[in-house]
Design a protein around this ligand. Structure first.
Ligand code: NAD
Length: 493
């Protein structure tokens, strides 16, 4: 792929940097703007309009007035716009991947992977849009006919994080469009460019004005608060940290909003003594190091049976030491920069705390000198269960290895967290793998695999990892409300 400065400059010049409101690109009403930086170089990539409360109210007006006609637009027509959007994402896959690597830092090959994964939501929900049937049946007593239909929830507020700038947006936008909802999307301030580019593609695909409004801002509460207080808003779907999610849930109680929350994780990856160790090492590498560890699905704690811990750790160390760290635009790079200096400092603190409590650093251990926010792939062993690195979401390329002696102990360690998003189990005994699925409190389980996200699968967590599911048939149901009409039985007279 051409990653010359000329190509990148041309791409940044063609990428919109305004607010998208009621079918038009606009400046913020206050005139405010904020800078978007490249985490690999710390250079400014673009200056983007920063929405405030007045823009939020204008977006709400647009979404509310478009809701009726969009909700009544035949599902085939909505499906065709989604499908055209999918095709346009394929046609512009290079541009989207480059933008993601520039603003978020992940290696280009992983950005290309996200274009495939993120694009699939548009295709999947274009297929689901025309198959969202209700039912018509008799009550058991035969006294009524029941007509059960699904209607769009209504205008939605969608808030996305910076770690998967494309997929976290399409995972919400596609089912909302399929269900017939209008929306206001607020991308993360660190990575708004990918979403702004995608917005232009969806407009080209035929989205009517007011259906999708996009409000980048570096003052998120100024946008979300007036929207959450507006009785015309009917749903919030948020992906981000548990702390911010809880705060938004409190605000959402006022108007009793439908609420979907995709929050933080503290995923265990369990390696049993009967695992295929090479498979387990490959799975751990994928689950831990993909996206530099900045994934809600990341394997945060690697729990290994004591009889295979030494061999597993040696093999993982060998694979991790071969990882190339550098700018995501460079050929062959496996680990790009973390998102910002704050992220580097927080990962470093977690490693220091673990070492202070007795962990041994097998590999890496600290920040790599800049420019750019790089952290060395780090492997820790003899990690104390009291360490912060075990209790908190790491969001960096740090793999802590802990050991267990029995299945019961592994289950207890896995469940010893307030989170419940992704988990992974490696065992060649499938009955045991399925039994662990029954015993652990996680919304997702990878059995002998390290990456399981798919547009057709229901993604989501339990406990403080969230509410609701994205993807699959479940993902569409999140944007519909059920109506039941009881009809006098034609036989009653
Ligand atoms: P974050 O909570 O800081 O921000 C997420 C979004 O919320 C951003 O758009 C941000 O601008 C906005 N925001 C922040 N404060 C706000 C406020 N007061 N009012 C309204 N909006 C506000 O999270 P992040 O750092 O962007 O993302 C990392 C987190 O996201 C991690 O915890 C990760 O596990 C989680 N995540 C979860 C999933 C999932 O599917 N469960 C997927 C990706 C990321």
């Amino acid at each position: 792929m051409d990653v010359s400065p000329q190509r990148l400059d041309a791409l940044l010049t063609e990428t919109p940097t305004g607010l998208f409101l009621d079918g038009q690109w606009r400046q913020a009403s206050s005139g405010a703007r904020f800078a978007v930086k490249n985490p690999a170089t710390e250079e400014t990539l673009a200056s983007v309009a920063s929405a405030g409360a007045a823009d939020a109210r204008a977006a709400m007006d647009a979404a509310a007035s478009a809701q009726d006609s969009w909700g009544r637009t035949p599902s085939r027509r909505r499906a065709e716009i989604l499908r055209r959007g999918f095709d346009l994402v394929q046609d512009h896959a290079e541009q989207l991947a480059l933008l993601m690597t520039l603003e978020m830092g992940k290696p280009l090959v992983q950005s290309q992977g996200e274009v495939v994964y993120g694009g699939e939501f548009l295709r999947w929900f274009s297929e689901e849009a025309v198959r969202d049937h209700g039912r018509y049946s008799d009550t058991p007593e035969g006294t009524l006919r029941m007509l059960v239909t699904r209607k769009p929830v209504g205008p939605c507020l969608l808030i996305t994080p910076w770690n998967f700038p494309l997929a976290m947006a399409t995972r919400k936008v596609a089912p909302a469009l399929a269900a017939g909802c209008t929306m206001i999307l607020k991308p993360a301030a660190l990575t708004p460019l990918t979403m702004l580019y995608l917005t232009a593609l969806l407009v080209e695909a035929g989205l009517p004005a007011g259906v999708l409004n996009v409000l980048p801002t570096d003052t998120p509460a100024a946008v979300s608060e007036p929207l959450l207080a507006d009785p015309r808003l009917r749903k919030i779907s948020f992906t981000g940290s548990t702390a911010v999610g809880k705060h938004l849930m409190r605000q959402a109680t006022e108007n009793v909003l439908r609420t979907s929350m995709e929050l933080g994780g503290n995923g265990p990856l369990i390696v049993f003594e009967d695992a295929d160790l090479d498979k387990a090492v490959a799975g751990a590498l994928a689950a831990k190091m993909r996206n530099m560890g900045e994934a809600c699905t990341a394997a945060n704690r690697i729990l290994v049976h004591e009889s295979v811990a030494e061999e597993f750790t040696a093999k993982l160390a060998q694979r991790m030491s071969a990882l190339k760290v550098g700018s995501g635009l460079e050929e062959g790079v496996d680990v790009g920069p973390l998102i910002d200096a704050k992220a580097c400092a927080s990962v470093a603190e977690l490693v220091e705390d673990a070492v202070h409590r007795g962990a041994e650093v097998v590999l890496g251990g600290g920040v790599v000198e800049g420019p750019g926010h790089f952290f060395a792939p780090t492997l820790l062993r003899n990690v104390s269960p009291d360490s912060r690195v075990v209790k908190e979401e790491i969001f960096g390329p740090v793999a802590p290895v802990l050991t267990f002696g029995s299945e019961d102990e592994a289950v207890a360690m896995a469940n010893a967290t307030e989170y419940g998003l992704a988990s992974y189990v490696f065992t060649e005994n499938i009955s045991r793998g399925l039994r662990i699925g029954d015993r652990i409190d996680f919304g997702l389980l990878g059995l002998n695999v390290g990456v399981i996200s798919n547009a057709a699968a229901p993604f989501g967590g339990v406990k403080q990892s969230g509410l609701g599911r994205e993807g699959g048939a479940e993902g569409l149901a999140e944007y519909t409300s059920t109506q039941y009409i009881g009809i006098e039985s034609p036989w009653s007279g």
